[in-house]
Design a binder for this molecule. Structure first.
Ligand code: UDX
Length: 433
């Protein structure tokens, strides 16, 4: 099929490349000229495993342009995969979605489906339909479809090629036929429902996972108080298929582009409907507290962090990505700097993005922040070490070096990723043990 995709971020680009892999002809559209030029030269603007390889393999079926008119005019399906960032009040900012929708409506000249991949509040697809109605030429028929994605960063290509499910929200039979055709090559359960339910499935899924994480984090906090081991507790719980073993890793809270935003957006949506979503609200509050867990632990050893050298291992919100959005490092490092600590940071790929973020925050004490290319250099002479991200290189690092290289070997592991116990000359603390 001839497809177009609006937006070349995580959702848009990965969707486009995976649909090309399944044999479709796909044109990617973005307003950012630099991004398009990069893509045209075969380079992905985002770090995502397997993506560039797939781009190269499907080069003849993939096109990149800023000229949206030529891309949308004859497309059988136009996917919308632009961002829906969080507004100050917690609601989703739909400016990019609406402006892409208007461009599509004004441009298409054949009957087609407009498919919303971006995560949007319940009822947004109806607004898109109204935009289509108001701006399209009268002779074309546009079917608006909700088709949320469930990809996780770092495994986005695999999650898209081999999805756990495909959810399609439609209001008419022709839209369903078009969607069945485009996903013909995928082996996954395909759930057809109405658009509002499809929109809700996305939020309900993400918020449930966030809830699961906040729940195990609270259990971890309690384990610390009563002398239990959260990893064993999670393992014991996970054998029950009704609970499941995934997303029960306790740590310093969830980050990323979805869970923090989608929990707040659903909570906001509920409040707009005079309903309080108490479980989701609790998950948000627990997560905010959990992000500060290592700093609280550090204060047991030092009343004041002023003048201390703090090694930070891992900056990104999870391994396998250079994404910093809502990462615990972004909350913790400014606190450390404001407390007057000298911070030495290491991340295999997240440093360039981290520098951009931290410089925008206007935080004081940036002169006391330095970056290193190896774990050795980062921990050398440090008074305490924080682990924020469970990168393999951090997990596999020789633990005896902490004792050897640090001035005072206190290692606080926010991801329970080291296999270490406290011993003479080494204090090791993780979450929930
Ligand atoms: C998530 C969903 O998994 C995906 O389905 C959705 O489409 C987008 O949001 P992503 O944000 O890329 O994907 O990452 P994910 O692997 O889900 O992790 C999110 C955060 O939760 C990370 O900060 C991670 O460290 C944290 N997490 C995850 C835990 O703290 N414990 C866990 O057990 C699992």
């Amino acid at each position: 099929m001839k497809l177009a995709v609006a937006g070349t971020g995580y959702v848009g680009l990965v969707t486009a490349v995976c649909l090309a892999e399944k044999g479709h002809d796909v044109t990617c559209v973005d307003v950012d000229k630099q991004k398009i030029e990069l893509l045209q030269s075969g380079v992905s603007p985002i770090f995502e495993q397997d993506l560039e390889g797939l781009m190269a393999r499907n080069a003849e079926r993939l096109h990149y342009t800023t000229d949206y008119e030529s891309a949308y005019r004859d497309a059988e399906i136009v996917f919308i995969g632009v961002g829906t960032p969080e507004k100050k009040d917690g609601s989703a900012n739909l400016t990019y979605v609406y402006s892409a929708a208007k461009q599509i409506a004004e441009t298409v000249r054949r009957d087609c489906a407009v498919v919303l991949k971006s995560t949007v509040p319940i009822g947004t697809n109806e607004k898109i339909e109204k935009i289509m109605h108001d701006y399209k030429v009268p002779e074309v028929m546009i079917h608006v479809v909700s088709n949320p994605e469930f990809l996780a960063q770092g495994t986005a290509v695999r999650d898209t090629l081999f999805p756990s499910r495909i959810v399609v929200g439609v209001e008419d039979g022709q839209a369903e036929r078009i969607m069945r055709e485009v996903y013909k090559g995928f082996e996954a359960p395909l759930l057809v429902t109405n658009r509002r339910s499809a929109e809700m499935i996305k939020y309900a899924s993400n918020d449930f996972l966030a809830l699961k994480i906040s729940y195990i984090n609270e259990i971890a906090n309690l384990c610390e108080l009563v002398g239990a081991n959260v990893q064993d507790v999670a393992k014991g719980m996970g054998f029950d298929p009704r609970i499941g073993s995934k997303f029960l890793n306790a740590g310093i809270g969830y980050g990323g582009s979805c869970f923090p935003k989608d929990t707040k957006a659903l909570h906001w949506l509920a409040s707009m409907n005079d309903y309080e979503l108490k479980t989701v609200k609790a998950a948000i509050e627990v997560n905010e507290q959990q992000k500060l867990k290592l700093i609280k632990k550090a204060r047991k050893y030092y009343d004041n962090l002023k003048g201390l050298t703090v090694a930070v291992l891992g900056l990104t919100f999870k391994p396998g990505t250079d994404d910093l959005r809502e990462a615990p490092s972004l909350v913790n490092i400014p606190i450390l700097l404001e407390d007057g600590a000298y911070v030495r940071a290491f991340d295999p790929i997240g440093v360039p993005n981290f520098k951009k973020y931290i410089e925008q925050t206007g935080v004081e004490g940036l002169d006391n922040l330095s970056y290193y290319e190896s774990i050795e250099e980062t921990i050398n002479g440090a008074d305490i070490c924080f682990i924020f991200t469970e990168w393999d290189v951090i997990k596999q690092y020789e633990s005896k070096n902490y004792k050897k290289l640090m001035k005072k070997a206190i290692v606080l592991d926010g991801r329970n990723c080291l296999d270490v116990v406290s011993s003479d000359g080494l204090i090791y603390e993780c979450i929930g043990k």
